[in-house]
Design a protein around this ligand. Structure first.
Ligand SMILES: Cc1ncc(COP(=O)(O)O)c(C=O)c1O
Length: 364
């Protein structure tokens, strides 16, 4: 196992200050006292694994990633369970996705054990930052960028990995609220062969204008369509999408297939498993078009639509606006299958329900 050096922060917040922050942490506003740093050089491999005080980093203006964007990240949550232990959800999936993002961006692939060990190391020093309220969590943000200095366009020979953490409040403090979505006809997130299945910074930079367009249309979120025909539904902002056809015992769950242009969500994969194996709901990965979505809602065949991802877990989609018109999904509220899946998943993550699939990983 890799040995990390630990440099304790002299400026750590007091227990009282931390408690006040954890009362109402919001999202991405506050950061813990420490961060993990690991460096990489072509000649040395991974080196200087360390836990250091959280703080600014200094970069040469010609640092490669600022110009050419070799920058990838992950996102996951740590929960404090009733037994006092800190656990996170399926971190190996994130470790492997981090490796495949790195491969696509011609960056070094961090061994999964080192990735997991970095989470364990941060939990060991900043464990007090994991809220005990089951509605709250500590959001973990591992990321890596190139640090070679110079303006040549080529894969860099040096990289910096950092892991920071930020306490996160309940995503829907006033109850689950359905979102409205805008199906953008003007912008695409990714094309097959591009970087859509990688969690790289550039994908998010390219999404911002479409999100702004969604807001102009009075919608909460943008939904991406395929790059070629602008007809096939891909995903929503930072979440994957599911469609419920039928109701009750005859309900079927459909999600767009991973064609290479969608991010393979950990939540998406978990819902496919949970729905089928635990709840006996038929699931399939099938393309779904804008016209099918509209017609399905108009005929009542589509009874629920929801989005899923680490941040909001499961979010109902209530209203849709697109170039072919506007429509409502069922009554525009949160449907029973959406809420059942949300409750089942949150139950496992927060430790309230049994972890049948051994998805929770103990960090501390
Ligand atoms: C573009 C995009 N799609 C889907 C997801 C959902 O992935 P996960 O369930 O792993 O959080 C995310 C969030 O990471 C995302 O950024």
């Amino acid at each position: 196992m890799t040995t990390f050096t630990v440099q304790r922060s002299a400026g750590a917040v007091s227990a009282d200050q931390r408690r006040a922050i954890l009362e109402d942490p919001g999202f991405g506003r506050h950061f813990t006292d420490h961060m993990v740093s690991i460096r990489y050089h072509d000649q040395r491999g991974w080196y200087e694994p360390s836990v250091v005080p959280y703080g600014p980093i200094s970069l040469d203006p010609a640092t490669n990633f600022i110009h050419y964007g070799q920058s990838i990240f992950e996102g996951m949550k740590a929960y404090r369970h009733a037994d006092g232990h800190i656990r996170t959800f399926r971190p190996l999936r994130n470790a492997h996705r981090f490796r495949s993002s790195a491969r696509r961006l011609a960056m070094p692939e961090m061994p999964a054990e080192l990735f997991i060990e970095s989470l364990v190391q941060l939990a060991a020093v900043d464990g007090d930052w994991v809220p005990s309220d089951p509605e709250k969590s500590l959001y973990l943000r591992p990321f890596m960028f190139s640090t070679e200095v110079g303006l040549g366009v080529k894969p860099a020979n040096e990289y910096q990995y950092l892991l920071i953490a930020s306490p996160a409040g309940a995503y829907f403090p006033r109850g689950v609220a359905p979102v409205s979505v805008w199906l953008t006809p003007d912008y695409v997130r990714a094309a097959v062969g591009g970087t859509g299945e990688a969690k790289c910074a550039g994908n998010y930079a390219a999404s911002l204008i479409a999100q702004a367009e969604a807001s102009l249309h009075g919608c909460d979120q943008v939904v991406w369509l395929d790059a070629k025909e602008h007809e096939w539904v891909e995903e929503m902002g930072g979440m994957n999408l599911f469609f419920v056809f039928g109701t009750g015992d005859s309900a079927r769950l459909i999600t767009p297939p991973l064609t290479g242009s969608l991010l393979p969500g950990v939540t998406r994969d978990s819902i496919l498993i949970m729905a089928q194996q635990d709840l006996g709901i038929q699931v399939s990965e099938e393309p779904i078009s804008v016209d099918q979505w509209k017609a399905g809602c108009e005929s009542g065949e589509i009874s629920e639509v929801f989005a899923c991802g680490t941040a909001a877990v499961v979010t109902p989609v209530g209203q849709v606006k697109s170039r072919v018109g506007s429509w409502t999904v069922a009554e525009g509220g949160a449907g029973p299958i959406t809420m059942q899946l949300r409750d089942s998943l949150l139950g496992v993550q927060s430790g309230r329900l049994p972890d049948k699939h051994a998805w929770m990983f103990e960090l501390a």
